[in-house]
Design a protein around this ligand. Structure first.
Ligand code: PBG
Length: 331
C-alpha cells in the first residue's frame, strides 16, 4: 500500500501527541513530580565501627556500624533526602527481644549519633521485635502463638527507648492490634508528645520481604506472619486498619509493599487524606537490581518509573532503598 493512499480519512481535532513533542512540552504537562524530598532512606545498623558490609541479596545496600550509618545519613541529606529509617542488627537476641529496648543497641546509638551530627536529618525508627527475638517473630511467643497484648508492652518499651534516644518519628511495623494507641499514650506520659507515629497500617504478608530478612537477619525460625500481617487479597480490611490506626493517633499511615498494592495506596489517600507513605520494599528493589545486572531492563529508567508510579498512586512519602540513587538522578 502506498503511503500517499488517501483512502484513510482522519478527522482529528484532538491530537494527544501535540503535548508529547519535546522534553519541554512534556515537562509543562507532567502530572506527577518526583522529588528527593519525597524519600525516606532505610539503613541497617549493626555493631562495631568502620563496618560497611554489602547485603548479598541487595546490591548497593549495606549493614553499617553507627559511625558509617551517620556518614550515610549525612550523604543522603546532601543528596536532598530528608530522612532515614533505622533498622537494627543487635549483638544478641533472646526470647523477649531485649535488645530492641536496650539504650545501647545499634538503633538507639545511631539515633543519638545522627541527631548529634545536627545536619537536619529526620530520624525514623522501625519498631518491631523480629530483628531482636531468637525465634524471629514480631512479638512474644507463648505455646507457639504470637501473643498480642504482651507483645504490645514490649513494643511500647521499644518505641519509648527510641524516643529517649531522640527519634523524630517512631514507626511500628509489627501489626499487633492496639499498638499505635498504646505507644501514643506511653510517649505522651513521658513528655514525648512531639514524637510522631508513622504506622505500618496496612502491612501485607508478602513474599517481597525476602531480601530484607537476609539484610536484617529476621526470618522467622518457624511458621510465618500470616496471623498478624494482612492477606494480600484484601483492600476493605486495609481501610479498616488505617481507620483504626488514625483513631489511635497515627500521624502518617503506610501501605506496604508498594508496587503490588498501588490500588490500596490510592484508596487510603483518597478516603483519609492523611500523609500517606508507601514502602517500596526489599524484593521490589532487588528484582529491579537483578534484572538490570543481567541487562534485561534499563535499571535507572525502571527505578524512576516504579517510583513515579508509587507517587502517581497517591503516596506522599516513599520509603525506598533507591532514595540516594534516585535523588542523584533528579538533581
Ligand atoms: C519488620 C519489618 C520487615 C520489613 C520492614 N519492617 C520485615 C517483615 O515484616 O518480615 C520489610 C522491609 C523490606 O522488605 O524492605 N517487621
Amino acid at each position: 500500500m502506498s503511503t500517499s493512499d488517501a483512502s484513510v480519512r482522519l478527522d482529528l481535532t484532538r491530537r494527544g501527541r501535540r503535548l508529547r513533542r519535546s522534553p519541554a512540552i512534556r515537562s509543562i504537562v507532567r502530572e506527577t513530580r518526583l522529588s528527593p524530598e519525597n524519600f525516606i532512606y532505610p539503613l541497617f545498623v549493626c555493631e562495631g565501627s568502620g563496618v560497611r558490609r554489602e547485603v548479598g541479596s541487595m546490591p548497593g545496600v549495606y549493614n553499617l556500624s553507627v559511625d558509617e550509618a551517620v556518614k550515610e545519613a549525612v550523604a543522603a541529606r546532601a543528596d536532598g533526602v530528608p530522612g532515614v529509617l533505622l533498622f537494627g542488627l543487635p549483638a544478641y537476641k533472646d526470647e523477649i527481644g531485649s535488645s530492641a529496648y536496650d539504650a545501647e543497641a545499634p538503633v538507639q546509638a545511631a539515633t543519638r549519633a545522627i541527631k548529634e551530627a545536627d545536619a537536619g536529618i529526620l530520624v525514623v525508627t522501625d519498631v518491631c521485635l523480629c530483628e531482636y527475638t531468637s525465634h524471629g517473630h514480631c512479638g512474644l511467643v507463648v505455646d507457639g502463638e504470637i501473643r498480642n497484648d504482651e507483645s504490645v508492652e514490649l513494643l511500647v518499651k521499644t518505641a519509648v527507648s527510641h524516643a529517649e534516644a531522640g527519634a523524630d518519628i517512631v514507626a511500628p511495623s509489627d501489626m499487633m492490634d492496639g499498638r499505635v494507641g498504646a505507644i501514643r499514650h506511653a510517649l505522651d506520659d513521658r513528655g514525648f508528645e512531639q514524637v510522631a507515629i508513622m504506622s505500618y497500617a496496612a502491612k501485607y504478608c508478602s513474599a517481597f520481604y525476602g531480601p530484607f530478612r537476609d539484610a536484617a537477619d529476621s526470618a522467622p525460625k518457624f511458621g510465618d506472619r500470616r496471623t498478624h500481617q494482612m492477606d494480600p487479597a484484601n483492600v476493605e480490611e486495609a481501610l479498616r486498619e488505617v481507620a483504626e490506626d488514625i483513631e489511635e493517633g497515627a500521624d502518617i499511615v503506610m501501605v506496604k509493599p508498594a508496587l503490588p498494592y498501588l490500588d490500596v495506596i490510592t484508596r487510603v489517600k483518597a478516603e483519609f487524606g492523611f500523609p500517606t507513605a508507601a514502602y517500596n520494599v526489599s524484593g521490589e528493589y532487588s528484582m529491579l537490581k537483578a534484572a538490570a545486572e543481567r541487562g534485561w531492563i534499563d535499571g535507572p529508567r525502571a527505578m524512576m518509573e516504579a517510583l513515579t508510579g508509587i507517587r502517581r498512586a497517591g503516596a506522599d512519602i516513599i520509603i525506598t532503598y533507591f532514595a540516594r540513587e534516585a535523588a542523584r538522578l533528579l538533581r
